[in-house]
Every structure is written in structure tokens, then in C-alpha cells.
Design a protein around this ligand. Sequence first.
Ligand code: SF4
Ligand code: SF4
Length: 123
Amino acid sequence: MSNRKYYDCAKCPGYCCSYPLIALTKRDVERLAKHFDLSFNAARQKFTVERYGHKYSMRRKADEHFGRICRFFDTEKRRCTVYEARPAACRSYPGTRCGYYDFLKFERAAQEDEEFVSTTWNV
Ligand code: SF4
Ligand code: SF4
């Protein structure tokens, strides 16, 4: 089976990190706590919030493109700042193909602008 990926996160403004709900498991919170040398409760409070019935979900912050984005996203460099300690949901996403990236490539080709950041929603 091919391991080829049809997307390039380095060229993307981080659509997936702007998703309104990034649910974390207890294990994810533990991993972040360890990464920042914090207690579980300190990490839970600092990094997560209870949202949409999920006990732990990622806190978010303001972002010029998407309105809100994951608190661990570097909004200048447009990348994750906790890559090694990122939650399971971020590790498994998106597989071999990313719908957001397909959309981005389509829009950039249409605009003839490789830097174009298209948004389809307001969050
Ligand atoms: S939306 Fe897709 S291409 Fe963009 S950062 Fe996320 S996984 Fe990578
Ligand atoms: S932890 Fe990293 S990969 Fe996951 S949503 Fe936040 S910035 Fe994106």
C-alpha cells in the first residue's frame, strides 16, 4: 500500500486546528501535562474546557483567518507548537487525503494566488 499523502500541512493555514471542537482524552491531557511539567489538574485547567458534552476539549484563541483556533497553534508560523505532545485526534487526522487541502488547492488555483487563504465559515 502506498504511503503517499495528498496534502502538505506546511502550505496550509491550519483549517483542522480551527475546528470548533477538538476533543481530548484523559491520556491526551496527561501527555500535555507531562510535556509542560504540570500536574494533571493544572494542565486540564490551563489547556482544556468542557464543551459540547466533552469533558476535555482544547481551549482556543483568536485568529485572523478563522476567528478562533487551537491555543497551541502558532498564528504567525501557522503550525502546531506541541507537535510531539499533540492529542490523538490530531495524530490520526486526516489520513492520506485532506478535504481542506483539496479545497485550498482548488481555491488557490482559481485565484492564481499560492498564498490565498479561503474561508468558508465564520467561527
Ligand atoms: S487542514 Fe489538512 S493540510 Fe491543513 S494543516 Fe490540517 S491536515 Fe494539514
Ligand atoms: S494540538 Fe496542534 S495539531 Fe492539534 S489542533 Fe492544536 S495546534 Fe492543531
